[in-house]
Design a protein around this ligand. Structure first.
Ligand SMILES: [Zn+2]
Length: 431
């Protein structure tokens, strides 16, 4: 039992108040895959003083839980502790609840599946706790004796239990629907227990499983924000968060693929009828002065236009990258490009265009300008990230820009020999 485990003075009692904790057994604090303490969960559960002590305790794998209690402050063994333990045991057996001993093979195999899921550690914790219905949801807290209003803090209409919070609440219904997971939501709603819900998620195809994991995690994060008195960010925020993470996974996957294909590390010509605009920014740290550069090339790799310029008030790398993209897009508008592919080596640029991640940041205006230029001037457009090795020409132009005279026209004619060399090398067939 979590009640007495930390070796502190003579009491072995953690100082963290027991009240309201949903953890019942030490095994729940152990990462089933590594067999060691789950640091994050320990920190989430205990006060700092206990949390610092617990990870130093030795663990004995393979042992079942057994009840043990320590003498009290007067050196006596209290009968109360035993009574509490028996009461818990009887209540658990009446509920038909299996004891979560770490020798249960079904428990281990479910754990393995959760741990092998390709999502953030935080979302794995959420799934783990969900399995045992251990989230401090209001109905769960009431069951633990906390006196509180059990209504959902988001919709204020129904009791907040796991099924309501993660699946039934209007907010979540909206999220599942917008993510195209209505069918999956019904499957999960039909499950008889929290653990069956997680089993069902683990059985889904990789993409659906990931979407569900991210959705459950962000839903919980948003709910905690509401509980702490902040405003609910709502379904659009959760959906956007899930989609950005799914896009990141896709990018990671293609990055892994490109390691095996040296050709993908090189700049690639755009498809027929398209113009590719590579953009980059450069800056001198500490000077506040930077430069932008962009190069437009057609389907044959031939230069349509190359530009560079100076950025007088360089605030941060993302600001520089966005300025470079805007300049590149304006150049494409000037020469009458219909189908444009904008390439930057900064992931943040792609996130800024396709998500709301930077909508309330210092670069809001630049992001808005970039989006409106794209949506109003082209038949088709795409903004993508490429490795730096594919963006060398734009990089050279940007360093040239940082040294240029602000009064000079941005179009570069003629193009310097060392940059021409890079352009030729980009289009050369791979060795
Ligand atoms: Zn609700």
């Amino acid at each position: 039992m979590v009640g007495s485990l930390a070796p502190k003075d003579s009491t072995r009692k953690p100082i963290t108040p027991r009240h309201g904790s949903l953890l019942r057994e030490v095994v729940e604090l152990i990462n089933p895959l590594t067999g060691f303490w789950d640091d994050q969960l320990v920190r989430d559960t205990f006060l700092e003083e206990d949390a610092n002590l617990i990870p130093s305790l030795p663990l004995h794998g393979g042992m079942s839980n057994r009840a043990a209690w320590h003498f009290d402050a007067k050196g006596a063994f209290s009968v109360n502790a035993y009574k509490v333990f028996r009461h818990d045991q009887l209540r658990s057996s009446r509920r038909g609840g299996a004891s979560s001993s770490n020798t249960d093979p079904a428990h281990d195999s479910l754990w393995k599946k959760i741990w092998e899921t390709d999502c953030a550690k935080k979302s794995k914790h959420i799934l783990w706790r969900l399995c045992y219905n251990r989230h401090p949801l209001r109905v769960n807290l009431k069951r633990r004796g906390v006196v509180l209003d059990t209504r959902c803090p988001i919709c204020q209409r129904f009791d907040e239990d796991g099924a309501h919070h993660f699946l039934k609440c209007k907010l979540m219904e909206n999220v599942w629907c917008q993510l195209g997971l209505t069918r999956e939501r019904y499957i999960l709603l039909a499950q008889p227990s929290a653990r069956d819900v997680i089993e069902a998620v683990m059985k889904m195809k990789v993409e659906l499983k990931l979407k569900c994991c991210f959705a459950l995690w962000l839903c919980w994060a948003d709910r905690n924000r509401v509980r702490e008195g902040e405003q609910c960010r709502g379904p659009a925020w959760i959906v956007q968060g899930v989609l950005v993470r799914m896009a990141e996974k896709d990018r990671q996957k293609s990055a892994v693929v490109s390691v095996g294909l040296s050709r993908s590390h090189r700049w690639e010509k755009p498809a027929a009828g398209h113009v590719k605009v590579n953009c980059d920014a450069a800056f001198e740290p500490g000077t506040g002065i930077g430069g932008w550069g962009c190069v437009l090339r057609d389907q044959d790799g031939a230069v349509v236009m190359a530009c560079r310029g100076r950025i007088e008030a360089f605030l941060n790398p993302l600001q520089g990258e966005l300025i470079a993209c805007i300049q590149g897009i304006q150049a494409a508008i000037e020469v009458g490009v219909g189908h444009v592919v904008v390439e930057s080596d900064a992931v943040a640029v792609v996130q800024a265009v396709y998500s709301s991640a930077y909508d309330l940041s210092a670069v809001t205006d630049l992001v808005a300008e970039l989006r409106s230029l794209l949506s109003m001037n082209f038949i088709s457009w795409v903004v993508q990230q490429s490795p730096r090795s594919c963006n060398r020409v734009a990089h050279e132009l940007a360093s040239l820009g940082s040294m240029s005279d602000p009064a000079m026209a941005p179009v570069l004619v003629p193009i310097q020999a060392h940059i021409m060399y890079l352009i030729a090398d980009d289009s050369a067939p791979s060795k």
